[in-house]
Ligand binder design. Sequence first.
Ligand code: F6P
Length: 555
Amino acid sequence: MTDTPVDPTSTAAWARLTALAADFTPDLRRWFDEDPDRVSRLSFGAGELHVDLSKALLDDEVLAALLTLADEVGVVGRRDAMLAGEHINVTEDRAVLHTALRLPADAALEVDGQDVVGDVHEVLGRVYEFADQVRSGAWTGVTGERIRTVVNIGIGGSDLGPVMAYEALAAYRQDGLECRFISNIDPTDAATTLAGLDPATTLFIVASKTFGTLETLTNARLCRAWLLEGLGSSDATEAVAKHFVAVSTALDKVADFGIDPANAFGFWDWVGGRYSVDSAIGTALVVAIGPERFAELLEGFHTMDEHFRTTEPARNVPLLMGLLNVWYTNFLGAESHAVLPYAQLLHRFPAYLQQLTMESNGKGVRWDGSPVTTETGEIYWGEPGTNGQHAFYQLIHQGTRLIPADFIAFAEPSYPLVDTHDGQSQDVHELFLANFLAQTAALAFGKTADEVRAEGTAEAVVPARVFTGNRPTTSIIAPRLTPAVLGQLVALYEHLTFTQGVVWGIDSFDQWGVELGKQLAQQVGPAISGDAEALAGQDASTQALIAYYREHRTR
Ligand code: F6P
C-alpha cells in the first residue's frame, strides 16, 4: 500500500485547528461550571475501561475539528486496510496483523495466501501444551527434576511485553514457578539474573523475532555455557533440548543455534516486535499465568480491537485519544506525555509504552519517503503513583511545560490491605485512589492566588503557592487489573499510536532508526579489542574514549 499520505497540514481541519489554537484559552473551572454535562459527554466506555476525557484541554469545536482531521487524512480507511492484511508497513512491504493474534479460533482471515487464524491457533495450542507441561511438572530438566525458574532471554519487544505483563499479572502467577528476564548485553544482567539459580531446575526461553539480535544471542550463549557447566553434563544436546526453547520467526536460525525445532514456537513477519506480547513471545507469561488466563488476555485485546474496528469515530476511544495527542503535540506544543499508573503492578507499563509509541512514531519521513510536515512522536515517560508524586509531579503541576498525563487506576486492588492504627481502620486502596483523584483535580483546577491568600499565606510566598490548573489529564479506570483488562489497555495504546501515525503519514511499523547504531557497534567492537586498523577508522572522540577504556581496564 504505497499510496501517498495526505499531508495533514494541507487539510481544512488543520487550518481550523490552527485558528482554534491561536485563540485557545482553556478554562477547566469555567467549562465544568458552565457545562454540567461535560463529564458525561466526554466519558467513554471501551471494553471494561472507563475513559474520562473531561479534564482534557478540549472543547466541542476542537473535538469536531479533530474528528474532521481524522476523516480528511483517512484514519478509518487505513485502519481497515491494516485489519484486512494490506501491506501498510510500506518500507518493509509487510502486512501489520498483530490484531490477528487475538482473533478467536472460529474467525477467518486469509492474507497473502496464508490461513492466518489457523496458523495463530496452531502455535497457540503448542505454546499452551508446553506451558501446561512446565506448570504440571511433566516437563523435567535433564536430571529429572521439575522446572522452578523460567528465564526469558530477549530484548525490546521480546522482553518488555513479557516483563510488563508478568509484573502486571503477579496476582495470577503459579506458586513455586518464577520467571526472570535477561535483556541487556551488560554482562551484569546475565550474572545477577542467574545468581542463585539451580541449572537443573532452570529453563531458558530464547525470544527473538529475527534470531539475529546480538544482545539476545550473546546472552543465550552465556546461559548455555552456565547451564552446561552447572550441570556438569557431557551430553550438551540433551541438556539444551531439556532446558532451552525458542520463539522466533527464523526457525532455521533457531536450529543453527542448537535448539531442537520441536522446542521452537514460531510467529510471522507481520507481527512487529513491539506488538508481539500476545504471540508466542509471551510464552514465559503463559507459563507463569497459565493458558486460561493468557486466553483471557487475548480476549481483552480482541475486545479493544473490536471497539476500534466498529465504534463510530466520535465514541471510538483509541481514535479520540490519538487525536487528542495530535492536538497537544501539534497545536499546543506538548513534547512529552506522561503515563501514571495508580497500580504498582503496572510499574513496567511506561517502559513498555516507550517502545510501543516511540519506536512506532519517532519518524522524520512519511511512508512515501517524503519528509514529515509536522512534529511527530511524543516522548513517553512515567512511573507509578504515588512514587511519582514525591519525585517529578512538581514539574507537571507548576513547571513551564505542557505535559498531558494519562492516569490509570482500578476500582479493586490486586492485594487488598487495611491499615489499622489508633483504633481506626483505613482501606489502603482507598487512600491510594484518593491520591489519583486529588492529583487529577489539582492539575485541572489548580489553586488561585486568592485561595492561597485565604489560607493566611504571607503575600511574598503567594506566587510560589499558586497552581495555574488547566494541566490536561485523561483518567482511565477499570474494575480490576485482570488479564482481560490488561489486554484492553495495551490494545488501546496500540491503536492510539496507530491513529497518530496515520495523521502524521508515517509508517508506524518499521524501526530503521535503530539500525545505524547496531552497524557501528559491529565496527567499533574490533577497535575496542585492540585492532589498530579498526581503531584508526574511528572518529577522534571514539578513539579517545577507547584509549580511556584501555588505560583503565584491569582485565
Ligand atoms: O532493534 C530494535 C528491535 O528490532 C525491536 O524492534 C525489537 O523488538 C528488538 O530489536 C528485538 O528484536 P528481536 O526480537 O528480533 O531480537
